[in-house]
Design a binder for this molecule. Sequence first.
Ligand SMILES: [Zn+2]
Length: 105
Amino acid sequence: MIQAPNPHNFQECNAIKCTEKVRKNAFMCNAHWFKLPDRLRALMFKASRGRSINSELPKEVTKEYCIAASKCIRYIAQDEGITLAGDEPKLVFYEHREFTKKPMR
Ligand SMILES: [Zn+2]
C-alpha cells in the first residue's frame, strides 16, 4: 500500500519531481500552474468550484477534482519528458482514491 500524502498538509507542488514548496493546499507552484494549458486550468477551477486561487484543494476532494488533477499532473510530466510508472505518490493520491457514496453538494 502506498502512503498518500495528507491533503491538508501537502506543501509540495503536485508536478512530478518538483519539490517547490507551495502555499498550503495550493495545487502547483506558479511555474507549473502557468505551464498548464487554459483548458486544464479551467477544468481545475471548475472542479474546485471557484473556491480557489491556483486551484486550492476544495474542502471535499471530489472525484471530479481528482480527475482534473490527474490530467494536469500527467500533462506536465509529458511536457517535461518524464515517464510515469503510475505509482508516483502524487498520482496515486488522485488516481486511487475512494469516494464516499454520499451525494456532493
Ligand atoms: Zn512545480
